[in-house]
Design a binder for this molecule. Structure first.
Ligand code: ADP
Length: 413
């Protein structure tokens, strides 16, 4: 695994480039946090591989016991297209450390990095048959994994709709263990005491980064009434300076959406927003002569019953809302079927503690957003799924616990 990590570092440009041409991701961004996370994940879990151990059990009476933690077996990873290389290692690294063999199916939109990473696995000396990559479409290749009788576990990242199909297929086949990292509609709550410029930068990054194609996108932004007007004005100004274009160009901040289907879906949500009575503060249409580029879009005058606030759009579309009190912010932030991430911007420690404990989401970013590290567990509440990627918790997904019980002295039988 250490050798594998070194090979990732040596091929960082290539991986970043493949992600850029496959997914329209910024080459600059791919080179830095995403791809660095890949080798970091491998090293983190390589360090964990020899620290997997069981417990001794005192039991009662004449018996004692211990537990073994064993690899869960053959793992099927089915992943999405928005973070092709990072997601590959979020799945593969802990499963390898747990001692599993695996089949990974990348999204049909973005097979290149997965194939390249399979090649690097071979160069790193990982035995044949341990890390396998199968490309193909979801209903065929993905479904073959989720319904396979000899696959023991499926670890999925993708939409909530497909997550449901995966659970059904697992239930109808061999009851394989399932973990799901699904959609989100994450709130970012900005309080009156926040530095407005910093809060605007954080909120724009939270939803426009990676052209909004992020399950953790902070697409519902709640701003307290005292700074709301100032925030709106600055957000509009800054969104207009956000450069949309060629993902390879170092000056670009937002590349094209992944494909035509996604492009059209986002534009149809923007139309829904306009027709539903929301006010378009900025953006609102496709840009450029060709390619699937969409302007960074901000809606104001939105309410929680609108589809643009309820549904995951997976594009550069922010809904900006005003609130008065902490209680109201908590209630509205929680008024979603999802629970993946949330952001809080304030310098008030009491507010941080209260809100972070009250929001039902798997990760809370305070005065920051989109910060990931291999030791930081990631995964949702509610319809954002269950089971953690990253951290020592992710290892548990790929391990079984077996109890062994013996008599202390002579066998009573
Ligand atoms: P998105 O909505 O982000 O495109 P999807 O949930 O459609 O995400 O796809 C995520 C992954 O799930 C992809 O690898 C895709 O091929 C796969 N997939 C899609 N449909 C199915 C299915 N019926 N069974 C298993 N995997 C599927």
């Amino acid at each position: 695994m250490m050798k594998y990590a070194d090979l990732i570092d040596e091929n960082i440009e290539e991986l970043g480039f493949l992600d850029a041409i496959d997914a329209g991701k910024l080459f600059r961004a791919s080179k830095s946090p995403d791809i660095h996370l890949c080798s970091h994940l491998l090293r983190y879990y390589a360090g964990a591989a020899d620290k997997i151990h069981g417990e001794t059990l005192k039991m009662s009476g004449e018996f004692q016991g211990y537990t073994l933690r064993e690899p869960i077996g053959v793992v099927g990873h089915i992943i999405a297209w928005n973070y092709p290389s990072g997601m590959f290692f979020m799945k593969v690294a802990p499963a390898l450390a747990a001692g599993c063999t695996m089949i990974l199916k990348p999204a049909e939109q973005t097979p290149l990095t997965a194939l390249f990473c399979a090649h690097l696995a071979k160069l790193a000396g990982i035995p044949d048959g341990v890390v396998n990559v199968v490309t193909g479409f979801g209903p065929k290749a993905g479904a073959a994994i989720s319904s396979h009788m000899d696959i023991d576990k499926v670890s999925f990242t993708g939409s909530t709709e497909v997550g449901r199909l995966i659970m059904q297929a697992a239930a109808q086949s061999n009851l394989k263990v399932v973990s799901l990292e699904l959609g989100g509609k994450s709130p970012v709550i900005i309080f009156d005491d926040a530095d407005v410029d910093m809060a605007v930068d954080l909120a724009l990054l939270g939803v426009f980064h990676n052209k909004g194609e992020m399950c953790i996108a902070g697409s519902r932004v709640y701003v307290q009434e005292g700074i709301y007007d100032k925030f709106v004005q600055k957000a509009a100004e800054k969104a207009k300076t956000w450069v949309v274009g060629d993902p390879i160009d170092p000056l670009t901040r937002q590349g094209p959406q992944v494909d035509k289907k996604q492009f059209e879906k986002i534009l149809s949500y923007i139309e829904l927003g306009k027709r539903g009575g929301a006010t378009l503060l900025t953006g609102g249409k496709a840009c450029g002569e060709k390619g699937y580029y969409i302007e960074p879009t901000i809606f104001t005058d939105v309410t929680e019953d609108m589809l643009i606030v309820k549904d995951e759009i997976f594009g550069p579309v922010m809904s900006l809302m005003k609130f008065k009190t902490v209680e109201e912010a908590i209630e509205r932030a929680n008024s979603t079927r999802y629970g993946l991430a949330a952001g809080i911007v304030t310098n008030n420690l009491n507010t941080v503690n209260r809100v972070s404990r009250s929001i039902r989401a798997g990760i809370i970013w305070v005065n920051c957003y989109l910060v990931f590290n291999p030791d930081c567990p990631f995964g949702g509440y509610k319809m954002s799924g269950f089971g953690k990627d990253m951290g020592m918790h992710a290892l548990e997904k790929y391990l079984h616990v077996k109890s062994v019980v013996t008599p202390i002295y002579n066998s009573p039988w």
